[in-house]
Design a protein around this ligand. Structure first.
Ligand SMILES: Nc1ncnc2c1ncn2[C@@H]1O[C@H](COP(=O)(O)OP(=O)(O)OP(=O)(O)O)[C@@H](O)[C@H]1O
Ligand SMILES: [Mg+2]
Length: 357
């Protein structure tokens, strides 16, 4: 069984849904191959990946993908190797040209942007962290962190000052003058994070940044991302093929299979009601009580039930159990100061009964 620490949702950081989404992705396709442009919009677009390969000798890496990402949200894309995650995240800033569809970031139409606008986007609005850290070996840590600022044209003294601040943010101020190969893998990826944060992007894109790290370091780095997200309120698109990582970090998670999104939902929605066998297979080993919250298992209060002990509606079942077991009355789930439902022992047992099934 795979333990999951508190999920991002249960940690309760505030996503801003009062304004427009920061990223809008509508009907994006990426087909590799000579005949790529002739397929979208024809009946052949519905062919499976293998049929398309056979008939047109092309690969449908991303198929008709749409989603929105809200300010301050951590949006995770997950799927098996080859499902199209890296291609998708690269099409967002046109490191790979989408075959069809539309991407908007911060109100700007990326798909219509010219080269100057794209350069501007990649220098100021978005930052990417890659699996292989991509640090410049012959430059000191601090110069690596300042690199994006240098490209932006920031004067030297100012960019070094900013880089120092960001290095403090990730706890690396002591190695500012070291070279990357003098650092461990985890520290190098911290430098990668610092470099991405230094340009103060609106959007951070991560493509499996921690998959080269060993499990304990990986957990530290996840904590680091959660902490940085809380402190800086960045909007993030985070690619991973590791479900516990997805559940820990993601406010919402899109599960990809063969280029398409098969389910998009909160960690609770994926674990509580997987859309198909592919998703069910992913979430099978996750203990439901670690992910499902009172919101998922509560029911309407009957009369006289509203004066039981209270818990925040985002409390996970696991954390609610001690109080529910102790209490004669059902526990009240509270949202914004109001009781919105109750949870009794039966609801907890039902939620837990789904585990290992
Ligand atoms: N330049 C390319 N030319 C042809 N096919 C490609 C190209 N890039 C990717 N593909 C194919 O597109 C599909 C999706 O690849 P992608 O790298 O996006 O997957 P992924 O989900 O990121 O996988 P991984 O977890 O292994 O990184 C794969 O079948 C891959 O072989
Ligand atoms: Mg990839």
């Amino acid at each position: 069984m795979t333990a999951v620490a508190e999920t991002s949702a249960s940690l309760g950081h505030a996503i801003d849904r009062s304004s427009d989404p920061l990223i809008r992705v509508e009907g994006v396709w990426k087909i590799f191959g000579r005949n790529a442009s002739r397929i979208v919009g024809t009946p052949d677009a519905d062919l499976s990946r293998s049929e398309l390969r056979e008939k047109h000798d092309c690969v449908a890496a991303v198929r008709n993908v749409s989603f929105d990402v809200w300010p301050r949200e951590v949006f995770v894309v997950m799927g098996l190797s080859g499902s199209g995650k890296s291609t998708l995240v690269r099409t967002l800033i046109r490191l790979i040209e989408p075959t069809a569809g539309r991407v908007e970031i911060d109100g700007g139409d990326i798909t219509a942007a010219n080269q100057t606008q794209l350069r501007e986007l990649r220098r100021h609005t978005s930052s990417m962290v890659f699996q292989h850290f991509g640090l410049l070996a012959h430059r000191r840590v601090i110069d690596n962190v300042a690199f994006g600022l240098e490209i932006q044209g920031m004067p030297k003294a100012e960019r070094l000052r900013r880089a120092e601040d960001v290095l403090k943010l990730v706890g690396l101020e002591d190695v500012a003058n070291s070279f990357p190969d003098q650092l461990s893998g985890g520290m190098q990826q911290r430098v990668g994070l610092a470099r991405a944060f230094a340009v103060e992007p609106k959007v951070m894109l991560y493509d499996e940044p921690f998959s080269a790290l060993d499990p304990l370091i990986r957990r530290d780095m996840q904590d680091e991302v959660i902490r940085l997200q809380h402190e800086t309120g960045k909007t993030m698109v985070f690619i991973t093929h590791d479900l516990p990582e997805a559940l820990r970090l993601g406010d919402r998670i899109a599960i990809m299979r063969d280029g398409a999104i098969v389910q998009l939902g909160t960690p609770e929605e994926l674990v509580g009601s997987p859309a198909d066998d592919y998703v069910a297979n992913f979430v099978r080993d996750i203990p439901r009580s670690h992910v499902l919250t009172l919101r998922w298992i509560m029911r309407d209060p009957r009369s006289g039930e509203e004066d039981g002990p209270q818990l925040d509606i985002r409390t996970t079942v696991r954390n609610a159990v001690p109080l529910i077991v102790q209490s004669v009355k059902p526990v009240c789930a509270v949202e914004a100061g109001r009781v919105v439902g109750v949870v009794d022992k039966e609801a907890v047992l039902n939620a837990i009964a789904g585990e290992n099934s």
